[in-house]
Ligand binder design. Sequence first.
Ligand code: C2E
Ligand code: CA
Ligand code: CA
Length: 395
Amino acid sequence: MKSDLFFQIINALETHEIKAYYQPQYDSNSGRLVSAEALVRWEREDGTLVMPDDFVPLLEESDAICTLDWFMAEEVCKTLREMGENAIPIAVNFSRWHIRENDFCRKLNGLLQTYGINPKLFEVEITESALSEEDFCVVERWVYGIADLGVRIAIDDFGAGFTSLQFVKDLPVDFLKIDKAFLADNCQDERGRGTLETVFFFASKLNLRTIAEGVETIEQLKFLQSMDCDRVQGYLFSKPLRKEDFIVIALFDNEPAVDEKDIYLETFSSNTALLSTIKQEYQLIIFGNLCKNSYYLMSQSPEMDFGAPTAGVIDDMTENAMAQAPKGYDKKYYDTLSREALINAYNEGKRRIEVEVKQQVEEKVLTLHTVVHLSKHPYRDDIMMVGMSRVISFE
Ligand code: C2E
Ligand code: CA
Ligand code: CA
């Protein structure tokens, strides 16, 4: 008999309480954010956050887990599409049940096509133990099918079983994801260190790239760098993030994760609290790079939905807004809020612009009080903007 919890989870999928969070992965040498792993979270109505360990194992008892995994795969496609040409690869966890899912590749291909996603941006994560429990022929067919789509494959929790080296040797996989248990004791333990060295040696011989997860300390990072590990992921750099926070960091704040990254743990949670406060004050918040002519809608209440894409080109957004401005107000919009106007203002030394603009929404006119803050990007020569709009009247 299926438990209450089981039905609650299925219901949570329908009511959108199940969410994809994203944990950034960094190039271990440059410290740049290069990819991410999608991890499921259950945000219950009462505000509690349920972690996967409390519900994924129950779903994994049957092929019900497939529903969740496909849901996550679709969420990832949506996120990749929103990130547009700045998208970075995102990995999705697939449980062992998918190996025997008849039309797995057709389904995956269909999803990528529907959302127009380059297959190279989608990574399939499957655990080493899932692969080793299946017949090699079945696994081989499954892995080759995925690789033929151009989708990358990572073997998760690698080394935890250590029974399946021959599996890896003969399969077109791209990444070995080293089990975090190996990083215990700060990589100081002789035997653990020896095993890790062997895994990295083995990976380099087979031309496989490596990802270390669960990196929590600078000592672990330094050791992994010395092993030529390709990507690192862990609390040292970032926890799994809500989609909005992840996109902002990936698109606009992708700077080397250097020493003292541990302070980021604090910053992320307080940033999230700060953001939600500001979102209550302003119905529309836009983050943009004026030099790169790109923007991202950080927050948008339903009454502010003018049909602009979540991320896109600032000039297109301006054109759109001017087309929807009542007579006479299109020029005012251009003179104050276009990219050209904002760059000129910045060059004249202005750092804050405040203006009232109007938009025609069907029969009604929406008056918006807009404040734009201008600043130089902390590391590059780009001019950044944060624009926040509040509805003053709608009549
Ligand atoms: P996993 O795939 O091995 O994911 C890595 C886990 O390590 C995640 O736990 C992540 O939050 C956690 N982690 C990240 N950095 C650190 C760190 O520095 N230190 C430590 N100690 N842990 C770190 P999470 O999100 O609780 O997920 C647990 C497991 O649930 C995952 O392990 C995966 O097996 C499963 N899971 C999560 N999402 C999905 C999904 O969409 N589908 C399926 N089938 N399984 C999922
Ligand atoms: Ca994983
Ligand atoms: Ca893992």
